[in-house]
Design a protein around this ligand. Structure first.
Ligand SMILES: Cc1cc2nc3c(=O)[nH]c(=O)nc-3n(C[C@H](O)[C@H](O)[C@H](O)COP(=O)(O)OP(=O)(O)OC[C@H]3O[C@@H](n4cnc5c(N)ncnc54)[C@H](O)[C@@H]3O)c2cc1C
Length: 224
């Protein structure tokens, strides 16, 4: 486990992001030592997340990553990569939802014609295509900046935001295009409905992404 922990008390540093360090923790050792306990949280997705408790957990000094007190910078860099990755995952999901819905809308006939011939069915799918393609472009821009070692915080966050929204909306559109069959396990879209929600919340909520863009990109006053 990568663990970010405060190693210098808050009142001894100027900024609250200073004085934090990252450790690589051997979870088997930590669990055996009794300083760490994990309680699974029952969630709407399998193995969604857990609650963790630390109580005087001892770890060897060799588990420190990089320089003491610089941990927040390291975590931020990793977070940008994670955001690009999750944005890309959501875009892949969105593509699948659109393909799945288009296939169904092309073959399902009601009143003697395929339902995809109705613009009320076709337009949401076309809109999802446009949304996922634009999210994809920003994800590639963020990935290119990351690979060049350049600052990509705004692009990484925005591509995760757009990818998650495009993925969720495409999923909703896919369920709706299937009508009542959207609820049927046979068509495989219903189970994703729960999973498509998570990228809008974790590892960072869309509100926090918008706060970041408002403050760091647009220069608006801090909201907290
Ligand atoms: C399945 C799953 C897996 C997870 N995995 C991990 C993990 O591996 N590692 C990890 O560290 N965390 C993980 N998390 C936690 C996740 O990162 C947080 O749940 C998420 O960042 C939201 O934080 P919170 O739950 O504390 O919400 P809160 O901070 O309590 O916020 C609740 C709501 O209020 C909004 N809000 C709060 N403050 C503001 C503000 N100033 N402006 C606007 N809106 C605001 C939030 O956006 C959110 O919608 C996971 C969560 C889930 C559900």
């Amino acid at each position: 486990m990568l663990l970010l922990a405060r190693t210098t008390p808050r009142d001894q540093v100027v900024k609250r992001t200073e004085g934090l360090s990252v450790f690589l923790v051997d979870m088997r050792e930590a669990l055996a030592g009794g300083g760490m306990t994990i309680h699974p949280i029952r969630t709407m997705m399998n193995h969604g997340t857990t609650e963790m408790f630390f109580d005087r957990m001892a770890i060897p000094a060799s588990s420190l990553i990089g320089e003491e007190g610089q941990g927040f910078r390291y975590i931020l860099s990793g977070m940008n990569a994670e955001r690009i990755l999750i944005g890309a995952e959501c875009i892949g999901d969105a593509k699948w939802f659109v393909e799945k819905a288009v296939a169904y809308a092309g073959e399902r006939e009601v009143f003697g014609r395929p339902i995809g011939q109705n613009q009320g069915v076709a337009h949401p799918l076309a809109k999802s295509w446009a949304e996922l393609e634009s999210a994809n472009l920003l994800a590639f821009k963020a990935a290119a900046l990351y690979d060049l070692g350049k600052d990509c915080g705004a692009e990484a966050n925005a591509s995760k935001y757009l990818g998650a929204e495009a993925g969720f909306t495409a999923c909703e559109n896919a369920v709706l295009a299937h009508g009542g069959m959207g609820y049927a396990k046979e068509y495989d879209v219903e189970r994703y409905f729960r999973e498509a929600m998570i990228a809008r919340i974790a590892p960072i909520s869309r509100e926090m992404i918008l706060n970041f863009i408002a403050e760091r990109v647009l220069g608006l006053p801090k909201s907290y």
